[in-house]
Design a protein around this ligand. Sequence first.
Ligand SMILES: NC(=O)c1ccc[n+]([C@@H]2O[C@H](COP(=O)([O-])OP(=O)(O)OC[C@H]3O[C@@H](n4cnc5c(N)ncnc54)[C@H](OP(=O)(O)O)[C@@H]3O)[C@@H](O)[C@H]2O)c1
Length: 306
Amino acid sequence: MSTTIRIHEFGASDVLRTEDRPTPEPNFGEVRIRVGAASVNPVDFKTRAGSYPRVGADDLPVTMGHDVAGLIDAVGEGVESFTRGARVYAMVDGGYAQHVVVSSGDVAAVPEGLSDAEAAAIPLAALTAWQGLIDHGGLEAGQRVLIHGGAGGVGHFAIQIAKARGAEVLTTASAGDASFLRELGADTVIDYKDQRFEDEAGEIDLVLDLIGGETQERSWAVLKSGGALVSTLQAPSEEKAREKDARVAVFLVEPDGTQLEEIGRLVTRGQLRPVVAETFPLERAAEAQDRLEAGHVRGKIVLTVA
Ligand SMILES: NC(=O)c1ccc[n+]([C@@H]2O[C@H](COP(=O)([O-])OP(=O)(O)OC[C@H]3O[C@@H](n4cnc5c(N)ncnc54)[C@H](OP(=O)(O)O)[C@@H]3O)[C@@H](O)[C@H]2O)c1
């Protein structure tokens, strides 16, 4: 049997249930991971609350969570890239669990020197940063990039990835996070509460919008003609895009083992480090979700799995 954290109904964090479930078996092309740590993302509390449009009542019950790190303890037929005992991390469905089964193509080896908690902090958030900046944003060395929400799970990775790719990095964040973000490589930190980024940023080649709403709307004022505006939350206006001859995208992060390997290489080269703000044992997942939802978390909240 395997301990899991599941929901049978939508609601506040008290709908999370700790349940023993049969340990899943890997099918063709899959591996099973004995989870050492799992991380918490905003999509988890949005799903739990019933406000994430891709998970409806017909999908319940749902095992929470999308990030794990741990050891492969069973390998399905047709898997050649991994063997039992390999230390891996992956973006998954159902990560708040002792065991999870995942396609071997979505898995990568944990970079040397990272704890399970640090490794589990990476997949969904760093893949979002990578895909937003590179796949959708077409980031190139020398560009000026503005990352809205730099101190959060996605933002703190986006700053480091953009920097490693040779960009000049500007970011919006709370004033208290400025020195933390400069240490991660941000060239300019703009206090979103007391400063207007339109007055501070100059002309920007690529905006990565992790906030949406008026922050996205106001971003047109700083975007260079021919630039790119990429959001994790809402589709940018097509009309404004035409006016600015801009590339725009709203996207949903996809699991990708090859990109996780590339992200791992940045870790190994000392160009990227996951920041774990706080850890909670798996059984306290409700508290961990409440902590993230309350805001002002620097980096990531992680669940440790015994
Ligand atoms: N489409 C996708 O595939 C995808 C993937 C990942 C994430 N997302 C979404 O993207 C968003 C960011 O995710 P995350 O994991 O980075 O969330 P997070 O860890 O909660 O971080 C959000 C950050 O935004 C900051 N912030 C809040 N209001 C701001 C403002 N007006 N201007 C600048 N910064 C502001 C917060 O700082 P303070 O604490 O100072 O307020 C916090 O550091 C979430 O809504 C998430 O659901 C979507």
